[in-house]
Design a protein around this ligand. Sequence first.
Ligand code: NDP
Ligand code: MG
Length: 382
Amino acid sequence: MKNISILGSTGSIGEQTLDVIRKNKDKFKVSSLAVNSNIDLLIKQIEEFKPKKVCVYDEDKYKLLKEKVNNIEIFWGMEGLLKLVKDEDVDIVITAVVGMIGLLPTLKAIEYKKTIGLANKETLVTAGELVMKKAKENEVSIIPVDSEHSAIFQCLNGERNKDINKIILTASGGPFRGKKKEELLNITKKEALNHPNWSMGNKISIDSSTLMNKGLEVIEAKWLFDIDVEDIEVIVHPQSIVHSMVEFKDKSIIAQMGNPDMRVPIQYALTYPNRIENDFERLDFLKFNNLTFEKPDLNTFPCLNLAYEALKKGGTYACVLNAANEELVKLFLEDKIKFYDIPTLIEKTIKNHNSIKSPELKDILNADLWARDFIKKEILNR
Ligand code: NDP
Ligand code: MG
């Protein structure tokens, strides 16, 4: 029996993780759950999965939950998240919160030698070097949940890193694939949230529409697989059947495929190195007899290049890219800025940043705050 802590249990990844657990109650037990504020759904999850501990980040909602639920330990805020992940009962922490808020709990979980099922990509984008170093020192496995990275992880089973020639990340292209910049100047959040292949949380859906999601995934791949940025390619594959590929130095390519269903990589992260049966739909190749591949359109979607550039520059640039993006996506979701304000202001933030080489945690946290502040001032002064 593996004991699981899920940070972000009410989100898209969180709920799908619970679905995998629901179907395998003989193998997994929920130790703890954490959410931001959605206590109505959390109460249902508590009733079904009976965790020993929960955390509600929002203090008011935490107080409300305390009035409604007893016989269970309830925490709040960052301190609460840190308490959950270090619990001696926990074997695996699934980091399914959205945003760099996941960084400190992930570092704490590593310190306490918990296996990490990593969905929260912003953690590695912000502090990839530091997180991977800590994981190595503590001999902790970080198992990717993001479908592309799970694919690469699976393709590399039994292979040697030095035999890799290229990592080929596939991208669906998002809801605006094929469109030109002029057509996207005034698009609404409703249009941007309408992803063709995946149903996901709002933040990652906007990131997919700008192609920033793929940019964040390039950075995530660099740290997870210790690969030079020049050896990570992005190719648009609108059907989302090939989840990613690895090309080896003999030019042999291994791809991992399947229906677009996040429960597959989530289940693999929970069962690794084993595989278990499930009732998910089989991939019917005859329905997909036309798998296509195309170049990403970097003029229409500048965010992908911004991420590549930030990664190449190193230091705290990727952290700043991520923080600016988080703030701008929030503003776009509040209808306060336009679609192309996102890349324009990220570029401006990066240009104005004084990066720190080989940053420590405090440098990363400072850079994150600086970028958020920079964006707020830019918006105020408009
Ligand atoms: P959602 O927005 O659907 O869910 C986010 C979850 O995090 C919610 O449970 C939310 O709680 C919780 N949360 C947010 N802030 C805090 C906080 N401060 N403390 C505790 N809990 C918090 O996001 P997704 O599930 O779509 O994405 C989660 C992560 O996984 C992201 O980093 C994303 O990039 C990554 N990912 C997602 C994929 C997907 O298919 N959805 C695919 C690959 C990666 P509440 O409900 O109370 O707000
Ligand atoms: Mg992905």
